[in-house]
Design a protein around this ligand. Structure first.
Ligand code: SF4
Ligand code: SF4
Length: 151
C-alpha cells in the first residue's frame, strides 16, 4: 500500500458524519504528523478506501498533486474535488476509462454532484442539497440519484 506521506486531502474534502465535520474544511484532528486520534478515528475514516493509496490508479495521480481524491467501493467510483473545481485532466481521463467500462462514476465538487456519462460528459445530479432532474424527465417522474453519502 502507498504511503500518504504528507497528503491530507481526504481529511479536508470529505464530510465525517460521526464527528459532524463538514466537507471541504480541514479536520480539527489533523496535525502535521497525521490524525491525532488515529487509533480511535471514526469508522468513516477507518473504512475510507483511497484508490491512490490502494494503487488502483497510477502513481502520478497522487491526491496532493492533482487536488482530487478518488474513492472506490464495490458499487461506484467517487471523485472529490474542491468547490467549483473539475478534476485534473489526467484524473478525468482515468475516470472516463471507468465510465466507459460501465462503472458508475460520481464527481463531488463542493456540495454539487455530477455523474460521468460513458461518452465523458458530466451530468449534474445534485446542486447543493437539491436533486437536479434530467431535462427529459416529466415533473412527476421519480428521481434517481447516486447516494450522497461520503465517501
Ligand atoms: S487522499 Fe489518499 S493519499 Fe491523501 S491522505 Fe487521504 S488516504 Fe492518504
Ligand atoms: S478524524 Fe482523523 S482521519 Fe478522520 S478526517 Fe479527521 S484527521 Fe482525518
Amino acid at each position: 500500500m502507498r504511503s500518504c506521506n504528507g497528503c491530507t486531502l481526504c481529511c479536508e474534502l470529505l464530510g465525517i458524519t460521526e464527528i459532524n465535520k463538514p466537507a471541504n474544511s480541514k479536520c480539527w484532528n489533523q496535525t502535521r504528523d497525521g490524525c491525532s486520534v488515529y487509533e480511535h478515528r471514526p469508522p468513516s475514516c477507518a473504512q475510507f478506501e483511497c484508490a491512490w493509496r490502494l494503487s488502483h490508479v497510477p502513481k502520478n495521480l497522487r491526491p496532493s498533486k492533482t487536488g482530487a481524491v478518488i474513492a472506490s467501493n464495490n458499487r461506484m467510483i467517487k471523485c472529490f474535488v474542491r468547490e467549483n473545481q473539475v478534476p485534473h485532466k489526467q484524473v478525468m481521463e482515468q475516470l472516463a476509462d471507468y465510465a466507459k467500462a460501465g462503472i458508475t462514476v460520481v464527481i463531488a465538487s463542493g456540495s454539487d454532484r455530477f455523474v460521468l456519462t460513458r461518452s465523458g460528459g458530466m451530468q449534474q445530479i445534485f446542486q447543493g442539497q437539491e436533486a437536479v432532474a434530467p431535462a427529459h424527465h416529466s415533473p412527476c417522474s421519480s428521481r434517481h440519484a447516486a447516494s450522497d453519502q461520503d465517501p
